[in-house]
Structures are given as C-alpha cells and as structure tokens.
Design a protein around this ligand. Structure first.
Ligand SMILES: [Zn+2]
Length: 263
C-alpha cells in the first residue's frame, strides 16, 4: 500500500488517493491464477493499510492516515488480517477455479497450524528485539567496541537457548540503524499485542463484523490518524489499556493466573 495523496482539509477538502500494488505469481499458461493463503493474508494486510489512508478524517496532512507511530501503522492492518479467516469471507471468496468453497477440514487445519512452532519463533524474534534495545541504551561506546562480544554477553544474560539463534544477528541487523526504526524492532510484537486485543473487541460481541465495534474502530483508529496519542486512541476504542493475554493465547502459550489478572 502506498498513497499518492493524503487526506486533509487544510485550505479545502482534499480526498486521499491510495493504492495497493500486489505482486503475485502468475499461473502457468492456460491455468487459472490462484492465491495462496499467504498471498490472501498479505492482500488483507495491505488493504488494512489502505483503509487507514482512505478512511482518514482529519484537518492536518501531517496527522493523516498512516502518519502514525510504526507499531500503530501495523496494528490496524494486522487486525484486518483476521477477517480473512471468518466464515462469511471464506464461503464467498475462498473458492477454487471451479467455484467450490474451501473445505471445512482444510480451514480447521489452517487454524490449528497457527500455533505451530510459535515458541521457537517468539524466542528467535525477542532475542533480536531485546539485544537491539540493549544496544540503543548504551551510553558509552568505546572505539574498539566488539559487536560480537556484546551480542554473546547479552544472549548469555538472557539465558538464550543454544538451539535458537537470533532472527537477525547484530552484524547484519538492518533495522538497527535505519532511520525510522531506531530500537523499534520490538514494535512488530507490540503491534501484535494491540492487534490481538483489539480483534477481541469484535469477537466478544459474537460477530466479527459487529457494526458498533467497527464504528469505534473507525472513530479511534482508522479515521483519526495521529489526532490522539496511540494509547488514547487504543483506550478510546477498547475502553481500557491493551493486555497481553490475547497475544499469548493466539500463539498457543499458557496464560498464567498472574498474566490473566491484567494490569
Ligand atoms: Zn504492514
């Protein structure tokens, strides 16, 4: 997703011009082109970004659409991915070239596979997020700073399992010093905390398309850009601060009594 023009009304009503550019694999000659599950997930993710741009309803262009903190850019588009696996969408759109809907047992297998290997992936990701944060918190960096020794020491302090390596080891960790990341790698997981908790607001009503919840999602997230601080926006939508239990559940982790107690 990208935008040619952001919505604003400074000096007159300016409507947004937003596009999704989806690069999918073409089929063999004469064969129908179909999307994989991953392709469809990306389609929904990017369309979520589009909604963020298209529904924007603010005065100032600097506050418009996806001009928000990085985790707050990804959070609503990740929420959008959830609608892909709802029954009305699958029945109507998840069809093969003959028009037959995706079989129920395949949907169940996809849902069960959601939690596959999540322990491994989470540790792999967090190792990079935490060590990157440690790096950003250094106040004195000696001229002969040894990046590899630093990484080794930090991982030892974390009791990093020997069997898992960092998702991105420091010497090739592009996010560390690129302009708009700066210790923001953890933000992908934080966006997921927001995402899982926010989608719960829909499922708790018993209807993933609940109109009143959707309206609140628009008012506080999709339509309001950077009008409020991210926490004010989240609390406006959810009625409270985010909780981590929905993320733990979605990854198949046990939720302890302490964690379930919330903040
Ligand atoms: Zn995204």
């Amino acid at each position: 997703m990208n935008s040619w023009r952001d919505q604003h009304r400074l000096g007159g009503e300016v409507l947004p011009i937003v596009y999704n550019c989806l690069n999918y694999s073409p089929s063999a000659p004469g064969q129908p082109t179909l999307l994989t599950w991953d392709d469809a997930t990306t389609l929904f993710h990017e369309f979520g970004h589009s909604m963020h741009g298209l529904l924007s309803n603010v005065t100032y262009p600097t506050l418009s659409g996806t001009n928000v903190a990085r985790d707050f850019v990804e959070f609503p588009s990740q929420v959008y991915e959830h609608w892909l696996s709802t029954d009305p969408i699958l029945t109507r759109y998840a069809v093969n070239a003959q028009g037959q809907a995706i079989p129920r047992d395949l949907v169940e297998r996809i849902r069960r596979a959601d939690t596959f290997n999540q322990g491994w992936s989470t540790v792999e990701f967090l190792a990079s997020g935490i060590v990157e944060m440690d790096l950003a918190l250094l106040t004195n960096v000696p001229a002969d700073f040894d990046m590899n020794a630093f990484e080794r020491d930090r991982l030892a302090a974390l009791d990093m399992p020997r069997e898992i390596i960092m998702r991105h080891r420091l010497p090739h960790f592009g996010h560390v010093f690129t302009n708009d990341y700066s210790a923001g790698y953890y933000g992908y997981l934080w966006a997921e905390v927001l995402e899982e908790d926010a989608y719960g607001a829909f499922t708790e009503t018993g209807n993933p398309f609940d109109p009143a919840t959707a309206q609140r999602f628009c008012d506080f997230i999709f339509c309001s850009g950077n009008l409020r601080t991210p926490m004010e926006s989240f609390v406006g939508f959810r009625g409270r601060e985010p909780r981590e239990e929905p993320l733990l559940r979605s990854r198949g982790f046990p939720v302890t009594t302490q964690a379930a107690g919330g903040r």
